[in-house]
Design a protein around this ligand. Structure first.
Ligand SMILES: [Zn+2]
Length: 626
């Protein structure tokens, strides 16, 4: 019986090895792990350790190690399939039928094949639209009228879909190809009994190709030239295009995001292109939907600061509220989220054309920070002069506040809200987190919470004391072969930490030379697809990949020598990343010095890099400074 690997992975992410082992072995908590007498060899003092974070057990005496499934096999004498079935039953999961698995594999392969075919179809259509734009004086005049240069039009690959019903038949000789319908470019109308009708979805519109982060065309937005309705039309959802996940202009803006240090999220593709024309190449837009957590996660891969720009009307306010909800779980202390409300009569384009670039830049820098917008949103309509009104504010602010990740921002906001509702901080904490003190009990419980819905880390006690000094054991541990190795270990052990990385740190890890860079790219993909998982589940996902051997070597060396507490691990990761960044900046400095011999601007860049490095170095312990 072949059980799909993905199922094993999911099962291991859901099962708790501490529970399973705990049924056969008496376990006692010791630091971050549980210890007991090894069931695989005779001993008097415990050397058998079970890690709730990794979901792995390891015996320091006889070397036996493994996950929940292998424990049932080795200790309870079950076969692999029996163990999986047994575990699945305990966790209420249905083992998929073996008949399905080869079919499913085939289906997945077909899916991938189809996606690449769809992209090819869309690219081809985009190319045809660009040619049509050159041929249409009317369309060119429209873009010029909007103040767009030929350069910007080229950069965004703008095109034009002529008015005819079957223009694309001239591009795709087989107009009946089902791929044209599936790509969303052709609409198929099947009337009862009558013949099917096919026609182009986009007619007489300026065409904006929507690109994924690899630069592939995955859909289109089309805008009418006049006032017809609908003004904007998008590709439908297809196997390659999902509105809730894609941002228009992200591919084109990615360089500018790094350079300007922030992303400007606007309401439409015309805004994005106009802003690029007017000196703000760092703008992106959602595609006719409210901002989703997927959008925000994607943006924070490229920058640490996101500024949402909305029209000042009530629709704009509503959209801002949705963006706030989506952004809260991602608002760590290193990141910044702001809300910009333009005067009701303006969009970004008209604002800049009327009041100038500088005035707009000022608006951006004075945008409302998330903390203030959160309070404003909660206070809206509350009568602050009455106890009832203040209580209403508190009850509205609570679900928002709870979504924030733990950190200084969250704690300060608690104080601020407490002042507003005339309670002291302790009282408000008791009101909002009655179980806070009790929750500190079990690390396993916390992990489970993290892995189920990792971004909602607000559900844990935010007042867990951070352990300041590192334990001697962490310091005294054998030095890892390289910092990159060590970073792999720490992040494979605690995937939740991956979400708190800054864009700079994320880029550094993914850019590492092979094989480490590839490991982080892979790990990031796992996080996006499956959420945070324990090492036991990651190990399953790695099976058969090129990274398997490397990951095994690194994780094996580490055995279960985890830091005493989660605080130690995050402190360790932080210091490690700082030092890796410093290393990377140093090598960039060297490159810039060399480049400066032929390019004077490299010297400026060199100074910036040096400044950033010194800034990082000043945060290190004096004893560790180079
Ligand atoms: Zn043993």
């Amino acid at each position: 019986m072949a059980i799909p690997q993905s199922f094993i992975q999911e099962l291991l992410a859901r099962a708790d090895v501490v529970d399973i082992v705990g049924r056969y072995v008496q376990l006692k908590k010791g630091g971050a792990n549980f210890m007991g007498l090894c069931p695989f060899h005779g001993e008097k003092s415990p050397s058998f350790s079970v890690s709730p974070a990794k979901q792995f057990y390891h015996c320091f005496g006889c070397g036996k190690n493994g996950n929940a499934i292998s424990f049932l096999m080795d200790h309870a004498g079950m076969s692999f399939v029996e163990s999986v079935k047994d575990l699945a039953q305990q966790y209420g999961m249905q083992v998929p039928d073996d008949e399905i698995s080869p079919q499913e594999r085939l289906k997945a392969a077909e899916q991938r094949e189809k996606q690449s075919t769809l992209t090819t179809v869309l690219e081809k259509a985009g190319e045809a639209y660009r040619k049509q734009l050159k041929a249409s004086a009317q369309a060119v005049a429209y873009l010029k009228g909007r103040g767009l240069s030929g350069n910007i039009a080229r950069q965004f690959g703008l095109g034009y879909a002529p008015p005819g019903w079957r223009t694309l038949a001239g591009v795709f000789p087989n107009y009946d190809d089902p791929m044209l319908v599936e790509s969303g470019m052709v609409i198929l109308q099947a009337e009862d009994g009558a013949d099917e009708k096919r026609y182009d979805r986009f007619r007489d519109r300026i065409m904006f190709p929507i690109r994924n982060i690899k630069g592939e065309c995955i859909g289109f937005g089309g805008r009418v030239l006049g006032d017809e309705k609908p003004k904007y039309l998008n590709s439908p959802e297809t196997p390659v295009f999902s509105k809730g996940r894609e941002l228009y202009g992200l591919f084109e803006a990615r360089q500018a995001l790094r350079e300007t240090g922030y992303a400007l999220v606007t309401e439409g593709y015309m805004d994005v292109v106009a802003l690029a024309q007017l000196g703000f190449p760092n703008a992106v837009a959602t595609l006719g939907t409210a901002c989703t957590p997927d959008h925000i996660r994607k943006l924070f891969r490229f920058t640490d600061t996101v500024v949402f720009s909305f029209d000042g009307d009530s629709a704009g306010r509503r959209a801002a509220r949705k963006a706030l909800d989506a952004a809260l779980p991602f608002a760590t202390d290193e990141r910044s989220v702001k809300f910009l409300f333009l005067p009701a009569e303006h969009d970004p384009d008209s604002f800049i054309r009327t009041l100038g670039q500088e005035a707009f830049a000022r608006q951006v820098s004075e945008a409302t920070p998330l903390s203030r917008f959160l309070v404003e949103a909660a206070r809206d309509g509350c009568d602050m002069a009455s106890a009832e009104g203040r209580a209403l504010l508190a009850s509205r602010a609570k679900p928002l506040w709870l979504q924030l990740p733990d950190g200084a921002l969250k704690r300060q906001l608690l104080g601020e809200i407490a002042d507003l509702v005339q309670l002291d901080g302790r009282e408000l904490t008791e009101l909002w987190l009655p179980g806070a003190a009790k929750q500190r009990g079990s690390d396993t419980e916390n992990y489970k919470k993290n892995s189920k819905n990792a971004i909602y880390s607000g559900a844990q006690s935010p007042f867990q004391p951070k352990s300041g000094a590192l334990s001697g054991r962490v310091r005294g541990r054998a030095l890892p072969t390289s910092r990159a190795d060590h970073a792999v270990r720490l992040l494979m052990t605690d995937m939740v930490a991956l979400q708190s990385l800054s864009a700079e740190e994320h880029a550094m890890l993914c850019d590492l030379p092979p094989p480490h860079g590839a490991v982080f790219v892979w790990l990031e993909g796992q996080l996006q697809e499956h959420g945070a998982q324990p090492w036991a589940a990651l190990r399953e996902a790695l099976r058969g990949t090129e990274l398997e051997a490397l990951a095994d070597r690194l994780m094996d060396q580490d055995a279960l020598g985890a830091p005493e507490s989660a605080g130690d691990a995050s402190e360790e990761l932080r210091r490690l990343l700082d030092r890796m960044l410093i290393e990377r900046l140093k090598s960039e400095e060297t490159q810039m010095i060399q480049a400066a011999q032929t390019d004077p601007s490299a010297l400026m860049r060199y100074r910036d890099i040096q400044l950033r490095r010194r800034q990082l170095e000043s945060t290190l312990d004096p004893a560790e400074r180079p």
